[in-house]
Design a protein around this ligand. Structure first.
Ligand SMILES: Cc1cc2nc3c(=O)[nH]c(=O)nc-3n(C[C@H](O)[C@H](O)[C@H](O)COP(=O)(O)OP(=O)(O)OC[C@H]3O[C@@H](n4cnc5c(N)ncnc54)[C@H](O)[C@@H]3O)c2cc1C
Length: 306
């Protein structure tokens, strides 16, 4: 827990980068959630490291990216929320087929950069609305590709302010996750693709975007797939289990199931995080009662209830 004395010290030392009682609903694609006691937007690694070194050991520290996979509870966060500033959104070429991308860079910008440099295998990133930090944490992916199939190494800082470079060989990764410590704040990633013809890459991006827009809702408040697919069985994908378990009419206030893709939950207008969480648990219960399968969340739920 952060005391007022600590809050004042952080504000005094990191004035322009610290926002007090920051409304986190602005930082989630679902547009719900309470306040962060301290919201910190570091401009560079030195500032981030100095800030982390000043925190007391028991301070709650959470990192957010683009907020496209986050349900932030209505009681907010009685601690520090870190969102990397614009200097962390650099994207550069290391050699002809290798890219270094800052954790605040958007996935789609990394995909566009790869296209511009005629490097393939980054196309799927144009379909994912998150940042590279969230992509690493989630091992995000679609259409048979995932972040760790491109990664060579991750650059990170731990919550004591120590910098680390972690080669992929030291990371166990799996569907929508890895064994990378929750204590790490990712700073950047090195990603390797293959040289290819620009026309091939452009066509692939456009095909994938088309597939996405046909299957998934857009321009609404959602956080994408709520639950992980429980198995590789194409007949037991999360959306099929939800559909076959009489869930489609479930709703709590404005928290509803997307009619276009039932693994996407939507905030139709003014749902609270509590409404959305109730919907999540109601779906889990119905699917379990019908199929005996316990759905696991892909969405990350953070913060305290109101
Ligand atoms: C319309 C829509 C479609 C989507 N389609 C897909 C899809 O096809 N495939 C897919 O995999 N996902 C999809 N998603 C989900 C989401 O975009 C991904 O999970 C994405 O990788 C999350 O990135 P983010 O930056 O938004 O992370 P956030 O939602 O901000 O955070 C997600 C997690 O990452 C952690 N995190 C973020 N930045 C850092 C950092 N710098 N260091 C350490 N941890 C960090 C957070 O603490 C949190 O645990 C979709 C979401 C939407 C809204």
């Amino acid at each position: 827990m952060l005391t007022d004395k600590q809050v004042n010290l952080l504000k005094e030392k990191f004035n322009k980068s610290v926002y007090l009682n920051y409304d986190l609903s602005k930082s989630s694609w679902l547009n719900t959630g309470g306040l962060a006691k301290v919201f910190f937007k570091p401009e560079n690694i030195a500032e981030l490291s100095n800030f982390l070194k000043l925190l007391e050991e028991n301070t709650k520290v959470l990192v957010i990216g683009a907020g496209s996979n986050l349900l932030i509870r209505d009681g907010g966060i009685n601690g520090v929320v870190i969102k990397l500033g614009k200097n962390f959104s650099h994207i550069s070429l290391l050699n002809e087929n290798t890219i270094v991308a800052g954790a605040a860079a958007l996935d789609k910008d990394v995909s566009s950069f790869a296209l511009k440099n005629k490097i393939k295998n980054f196309e799927f990133l144009s379909c994912i609305p998150g940042s590279i930090g969230g992509a690493i944490r989630m091992n995000c992916g679609c259409y048979g590709e995932e972040l760790f199939s491109l990664a060579i190494s991750i650059q990170a800082i731990d919550k004591k302010g120590n910098l680390k470079v972690i080669p992929k060989s030291k990371i166990k990764y799996f569907y929508r996750g890895s064994d990378l410590s929750e204590d790490l704040i990712f700073l950047s990633v090195t990603l390797k693709g293959e040289k290819a013809d620009e026309k091939y890459i452009t066509k692939k991006i456009s095909d994938l975007l088309q597939r996405k827009s046909e299957a998934q809702p857009s321009k609404i408040k959602t956080c994408g797939s709520t639950f992980k697919n429980p198995t590789k069985d194409p007949k037991k994908q999360a959306w099929q289990l939800i559909k076959n378990s009489d869930c489609l009419q479930l709703a709590f206030g404005d928290a509803q199931i997307s009619p276009k893709h039932c693994n996407f939950l939507i905030n139709k207008k003014s749902a609270s995080s509590e409404d959305l969480e109730k919907l999540i648990y109601a779906i889990k219960e119905k699917v379990f009662d019908k199929t005996g399968i316990k759905l696991e969340l892909e969405l990350k739920i953070i913060g305290d209830p109101k």
